[in-house]
Design a protein around this ligand. Structure first.
Ligand SMILES: [Zn+2]
Length: 461
């Protein structure tokens, strides 16, 4: 059996893609888009590190673009097999791919190249999907099967467990941080021969979720007192729903006064509908609230504004009000119009609830820059800027270590060949420093070999 690390490895966080070859079959874990710097994104135009026609199956962990974004290319280049994913992941894939088209077209236009996929190709991708529920074993061939377990990262996200040649390979995908109110914590697994573990936050810990909720509560109270506007740039998937969930909770318990809250993003509106449809994937807490008759995505004042016309009408609503809009790092989307309009007023508050990558407008605002350019206008930032880190949908160092330690009881250095005994951990999906720090900790505290493979590296297992 052989694994080739084709993306989301060797210090690159995006482009998740790993190839397992076993029993004459080729299985791909994820097929993600490279995102970030120009050099990283250039990889999307390089040939795949394998022949797409020879791939038999694809297993998808979740529908973030850096895990599914190259599926249309793969199909265009001859992949004819099945793509397995949980039902929510299949539904999210469609809206995420469709939503990404506009941004990809714009980028290609600027670069003077053809977009990497066209609108009609999304439908071609969807025809290959076959839904598989969490914890349901699926046979691919004789002696070759897989199971999805809940990864607790976004709704329906999965950890892959592949069984082949009598060995178990676990791919964590993106692992949740275990404290999110809406998504259940990642399932604890304890038997594997090899683990591929994400390491996005391999060198850091997050602040607690209750602190984050408190910052939101205080900001809303403050904005009401000052008749201000709260702007929340947010990812449309998971983060927006988490914020709505917490605002709903605060409103239901009368911890915050009633005020208009706008979810101003067509993608967030579509994603919330999918969240509603799949309540069986919610956390226990969210399910219990639903059973008591609480609609967790509705409270007085909350309005989803999908159309451009509805979005413009927000301007006419007198403050106080809350506006949640994409993109999460203020790199585009409707949030820019609101930031241009409201950041100059000192009564307003900008709440940054997602990670802000270097070079983005969001990062400049997080760093406290007083003058920024938005939509070709110079904007003097007088609004208060607050940063919240507790909403991360990625496990932090502490949680990653706890999760991987579940395999510890099966670490048996005396008999390395025993099936089910953890032999090696591969750290993927992290910047170099993060992956290396986590690898060191795993070697020390779990007592097992831990390595950080490079893109293109083939390892026989
Ligand atoms: Zn993800």
């Amino acid at each position: 059996m052989k694994i080739t690390f084709c993306g989301g490895a060797g210090g690159i966080v995006t482009g998740s893609c790993h190839l397992v070859e076993t029993k004459g079959k080729k299985i791909l874990f994820d097929c993600g888009l490279f995102q970030g710097s120009k050099e990283v994104e250039a990889k999307n135009r390089e040939p795949f590190l394998f022949d797409p026609q020879k791939i038999d199956f694809i297993l998808i962990t979740h529908a973030h673009l850096d895990h599914i974004g190259r599926l249309p290319q793969l199909i265009k280049e001859g992949f004819e097999g099945k793509i397995f994913a949980t039902p929510p992941t299949a539904d999210f894939t469609r809206i995420i791919l469709e939503d990404s088209l506009k941004v990809l077209e714009e980028k290609s236009r600027r670069a003077g190249v053809m977009p990497i996929f066209a609108p009609n190709e999304v439908e071609h991708v969807m025809k290959h999907f076959e839904a598989v529920e969490h914890r349901q074993s699926k046979k691919l061939a004789w002696g070759l099967s897989f199971k999805f377990h809940d990864a607790g990262h976004i709704l329906g996200s999965a950890v892959i467990e592949l069984e082949a040649e009598g060995k178990k390979i676990i791919f964590s995908g993106d692992l949740g941080n275990g404290v999110m109110p809406l998504t259940p914590p990642p399932e604890k697994l304890n038997e594997a021969d090899f683990v591929l573990l994400e390491s996005t936050y391999g060198d850091r810990n997050h602040e607690s979720i209750s602190e984050s909720k408190e910052i939101i509560e205080n900001a809303v109270e403050d904005a009401v007192a000052r008749q201000g506007v709260i702007l929340i740039p947010s990812f449309a998937l998971e983060r927006a729903q988490q914020i709505i969930y917490h605002l709903n909770d605060l409103a239901e318990r009368r911890r915050i006064p009633s005020l208009p809250v706008f979810v101003d993003s067509p993608l967030a509106c579509a994603a919330t509908e999918i969240y509603r449809r799949y309540s069986k994937y919610w956390s226990q807490e969210a399910k219990e609230r639903k059973n008591t008759g609480d609609d967790i995505f509705a409270f007085p004042g909350l309005k989803f504004t999908s159309s451009g016309k509805e979005s413009k009408e927000i301007n006419g609503v007198a403050p106080p009000k809350v506006i949640i809009a994409g993109s999460g790092m203020s790199q585009g989307g409707r949030i820019l119009h609101h930031e241009a309009r409201y950041l100059e007023d000192e009564n307003n508050i900008l709440l940054l609830v997602t990670y802000q990558a270097a070079g983005t407008l969001g990062r400049k605002l997080a760093d406290g820059e007083k003058t920024v350019e938005i939509l070709d206008q110079e904007i003097a930032v007088r609004a208060r800027v607050e940063k919240i880190s507790g909403y991360s949908s990625h496990a932090d160092q502490r949680f990653l270590m706890d999760w991987v330690k579940n395999f510890q009881k099966n670490v048996c250095p005396a008999d390395k060949n025993k099936p089910g005994c953890l032999k090696k951990v591969f750290l993927v999906h992290g910047e170099e420093q993060s992956s290396a720090t986590l690898a060191g900790l795993i070697r020390d505290e779990v007592g097992v070999e831990a390595v950080t493979p490079k893109i293109g590296e083939e390892i026989k297992i």
